[in-house]
Design a protein around this ligand. Structure first.
Ligand code: 5CA
Length: 437
């Protein structure tokens, strides 16, 4: 992508309404624009990151046999009357009346909708277990939307739902999702800590939140140091095998929110105790027959009896993750994208646009990297070098490839790693092969 033709409205000034780093940086890097309180438009750079996160979440859901569907944003109120949540949900729910005076709502979550799909399509235990998910916009009229996309009113969520014939099966589905979440967050370049949690308005009796560490997180947490040192991405996990040992490794280690902290345990943990703040990026729930009972979702069991299905639901805050990743990974100069979600891998900086040597070298590198399948943002604008450096650091692409007249005379360009700040002067060929890996 040529920056001269791109739509990247970066800001020099720090927007006054933004209280935390991710909100400030997303506005300054031209990723989002506010439409109204807690509601944002996604501009090209932000949209690319959102889509890359979405894709990793999708791949990891598919990997555990969870099937993608797409349910509507607008739901009929009658479904929520069946579950008794229409009144219970309160003013957070955006209620809408259509031209026929029918009560509708903009979905804050989809338990009712999926239970309705299930009860009208699945009749036998032989079709269980089933795991289904979608990635869809939600609306919650939060009393205090804040921190940009971190607590929005309109936000993108991955929500999955499991259906099992009995509690044991539901536990297996829960464990699959639990381990899949750990993998998902690791692939996003994050360390997530699972914590036992309250079920809140979703209901149910087993629930875990997944928190990523960030100083500006809304929850205060304490945990065993080991929880940060487990790497699942390198392990070949059999999702149809016994996942309980992995789940136990995480759930038996100490992890507690501020309200649940236990002074005795913490004293015993000694040096292994770490405290910090966290952002909730995922939340999983086992709620048994809460919805299947209320909405009559029955299947025929092995002995011919009608059985109420056991259900769970599993959320990931996809749009919140964009902010969460920035909270976990930035410096004074700007964002530092993990490679897995970066909007482009390489930022190519032409230090002297309109200089024949610089232009030729940059065009050649841009071409070669493009052919090698590398996403490159080429700063070909007629701006001063200082402006280009500042913008490139701000938008946080993992690698900068810098070409100027002096280096080119000696046959070299510079490769800078955004994360470490390390710079290497190398030939064009070696730069290209480094960045094409
Ligand atoms: N139905 C269940 C699971 S699918 C559910 O709705 N769970 S939730 O309420 O915990 O939301 C799931 C995830 O969505 C949260 O972990 C959080 O990451 C994200 N989320 C929730 N509210 C917001 C919000 N106002 N802005 C941005 N993300 C949010």
């Amino acid at each position: 992508m040529r920056l001269s033709r791109y739509f990247l409205p970066t800001l020099k000034e720090t927007p006054s309404e933004a209280q935390i780093a991710s909100h400030r940086l997303m506005l300054r890097a031209g990723m989002i624009r506010q439409s109204s309180a807690g509601i944002y438009s996604w501009l090209p750079l932000g949209f690319r990151v959102l889509k890359r996160i979405e894709q990793i979440v999708r791949e990891e859901q598919n990997a555990i046999g969870c099937h993608e569907i797409l349910m509507p944003t607008i739901q009929p109120a009658d479904l929520w009357r069946e579950s008794k949540r229409y009144d219970a949900y309160g003013p957070e729910m955006l209620r809408i009346t259509d031209r026929h005076e029918r009560d509708m709502l903009y979905g804050p979550t989809n338990e009712e909708q999926i239970t309705d799909i299930f009860r009208t399509t699945v009749r036998s235990y032989r079709h269980l277990p089933k795991l289904l998910y979608h990635i869809q916009w939600k609306f919650r009229d939060e009393i205090r939307p804040r921190f940009g996309v971190m607590r929005g009113r309109e936000f993108l969520m991955k929500d999955a739902y499991s259906f099992d014939i009995d509690k044991a099966g539901a536990r297996l589905s829960y464990n699959k999702m639990f381990v899949s979440y750990l993998r998902t967050f690791e692939r996003l370049g994050l360390k997530a800590i699972p914590m036992k949690a309250e079920s809140g308005p979703i209901g149910g009796d087993m629930s875990h939140e997944f928190l990523i560490l960030a100083d500006t997180g809304e929850s205060e947490i304490a945990y065993h140091r080991d929880l940060l040192n487990i790497d699942l991405t390198k392990r070949d996990i059999d999702f149809d095998g016994n996942l309980q040992p992995i789940v136990d490794t995480f759930t038996l280690k100490y992890a507690a929110t501020d309200q649940e902290r236990d002074p005795v345990t913490e004293k015993n943990l000694g040096e292994n105790l770490v405290t910090g703040r966290g952002v909730e990026v995922g939340h999983i729930f086992y709620f048994g027959t809460k919805y299947s009972k209320a909405m009559n979702a029955l299947v025929t069991g092995p002995d011919g009896d009608e059985v109420m299905v056991e259900m769970g639901s599993y959320g990931i805050g996809v749009s919140r993750l964009v902010g969460g990743i920035i909270e976990a990974s930035h410096d004074e100069a700007g964002i530092i994208w993990p490679e897995s979600v970066a909007p482009f891998k390489v930022g190519l900086i032409n230090l002297k646009s309109n200089d024949a040597d610089c232009d030729t070298a940059c065009e050649g590198m841009y071409d070669a990297l493009g052919k090698a399948g590398v996403d490159v943002l080429y700063d070909d604008r007629g701006e001063r070098a200082g402006v280009k450096f500042t913008d490139m650091d701000l938008i946080g692409l993992p690698w900068q490839l810098i070409a100027g007249p002096r280096g080119l005379k000696a046959g070299t360009v510079e490769v800078k790693c955004r994360k470490t700040g390390e710079r290497q002067e190398v030939s064009i060929d070696s730069a290209l092969s480094m960045l094409s890996q």
